[in-house]
Design a protein around this ligand. Structure first.
Ligand code: ADP
Ligand code: MG
Length: 433
């Protein structure tokens, strides 16, 4: 495969050799969603569908296995995405991985406070306003070795809906970041930006609590993502797209029409489109974390959403595990520490440790027992060394006088404001009122 022609962001390049293509993939300038010209088919095809290019995406510059991108999403806010993401980050980093966490909740960025960073020196805002050219220019160190982060923008709620080119620039830069794992903490809701970041990830993690609203919104989110993926992949098949645009399917929780019904219709229209349809369904398998579980029988909610996804959307949702409701998580938020480090022996920390090792990384077997003990000791050491933060004692108290009262998903009058980036704005307003 020499003299290849590629298409990245609608621009065509070439000829390039396979070696040059590998280098481009290593530096993140060419990814599996980009296109390659197929002589046989006489059309552009996604690189991920080209068997000969499989090796191009398997190692990164360090010669390590390809970096993994994890995205953590949920339909509903306040279900624990940020506390879980930061503790997964700590977990992976303490296993020796180079990890970069990305706070992509542009409407309510607060991952930095979870990591004990009150006022990040650099944030996404610096990248957005072009003061910093690349995302690697705004990566911050955290108190944990191997764990770095990109802080969401502070006090700039307008960034929640970036324009197309801004989104493309962000995604391209994201793929260039050098680390073993990139962990993206997404905002609530199902805006295009959130959905696209979720679809881009190798591991699509969905956090849900056992409450009906959370289950409902998690299901809606999965459905929106799946439909967007199908729409994108079937771009060249207008008749199939018309089927996807049917009224009954596009409302997130409307179940008049199932994905199976659509498949039957597309089968009548176009065999090629049907194959792409089936491939997309097979390749879309989000993983579920059930958080704040108070009783064993609540785990059924996880199984219920799995069954609904299979029946109505024809996809497999894997249950990655559950995390108990634990007051130590709340205490960790107040202490501005990831809960895994705040109290490694707490029930929630133990649940998360097992979830990371066994289900996320697939570490099983006898050797794992020794490794697990070593890891536990390491996390306990990190926990002792982690800097204390007492600033929250003087923090802003959530109140009806806040500018964001009525809009804020964290609204909890009388408690400390967890979205601390708003403090400068709030303090000003509270002082002047
Ligand atoms: N397992 C848990 N047990 C108890 N409280 C939790 C748990 N997970 C999350 N919380 C609480 O939920 C709040 C919201 O979590 P957060 O990660 O900020 O949600 P999200 O990022 O989904 O909006 C936290 O401040 C914490 O108090
Ligand atoms: Mg959050």
């Amino acid at each position: 495969m020499e003299n290849l022609f590629i298409k990245v962001d609608e621009k065509e390049f070439g000829p390039v050799s396979l070696k040059e293509l590998k280098d481009l993939a290593k530096e993140g300038s060419f990814s599996r969603e980009d296109y390659i010209w197929s002589e046989d088919l006489d059309e552009w095809v996604p690189a991920e569908h080209t068997v000969e290019l499989k090796d191009v995406f398997t190692v990164n510059t360090n010669g390590h296995f390809k970096k993994r991108i994890y995205a953590v999403a949920s339909g509903k806010g306040g279900v624990g995405k940020t506390v879980i993401s930061s503790s997964i980050g700590v977990g992976l980093a303490s296993m020796g991985q180079e990890v970069i966490m990305v706070d992509a909740d542009f409407g309510g960025a607060n991952m930095h406070t979870c990591m004990g960073i009150l006022e990040p020196e650099l944030t996404f805002f610096d990248f957005y306003t072009l003061q910093k050219e690349t995302l690697s220019d705004i990566v911050l160190d955290t108190p944990v070795e191997n764990l770095r982060m990109i802080s969401g923008a502070c006090g700039t709620l307008g960034l929640a809906n970036p324009k197309y080119f801004q989104k493309q620039r962000f995604i391209r830069e994201l793929k260039k970041l050098q680390a073993d794992s990139i962990l993206i903490d997404l905002g609530a809701g199902s805006g295009f930006h959130t959905v696209d970041l979720f679809l881009l990830a190798d591991e699509k993690i969905l956090v849900m609590t056992p409450e009906p609203t959370s289950v409902f919104e998690a299901f809606g989110f999965i459905k929106i993502c799946l439909l967007r993926d199908l729409n994108r992949r079937l771009k060249k098949y207008p008749e199939a797209l018309a089927v996807l645009a049917k009224d009954g399917i596009n409302k997130p929780n409307n179940i008049q029409l199932t994905i199976g019904d659509l498949m039957t219709e597309i089968e009548k229209i176009d065999e090629e489109a049907l194959n792409i349809f089936k491939e997309t369904l097979a390749g879309f398998s989000p993983k579920l974390i059930l958080n704040m579980v108070k009783a064993r029988d609540e785990i059924k909610e996880g199984q219920a959403i799995q069954a609904a996804a299979l029946d109505l959307l024809c996809i497999n949702v894997e249950l990655l595990g559950y995390i108990s409701f634990d007051f130590q998580v709340k205490a960790a938020v107040k202490a501005m520490k990831p809960f895994l480090l705040f109290d490694p022996k707490a029930k929630a920390s133990q649940d998360l440790s097992a979830l990371i090792r066994v289900n996320l990384l697939g570490k099983k077997g006898v050797r794992e027992i020794l490794e697990r003990r070593r890891w536990r000791k390491l996390v306990e050491n990190y926990s002792r060394e982690y800097p204390e933060q007492n600033i929250l004692e003087n923090g802003t108290i959530c109140s009806v006088r806040c500018f964001y009262w009525g809009d804020c998903e964290y609204e909890d009058g009388g408690s400390h404001c967890p979205v601390r980036h708003l403090e400068p704005v709030l303090k000003e307003r509270l002082v002047s009122s």
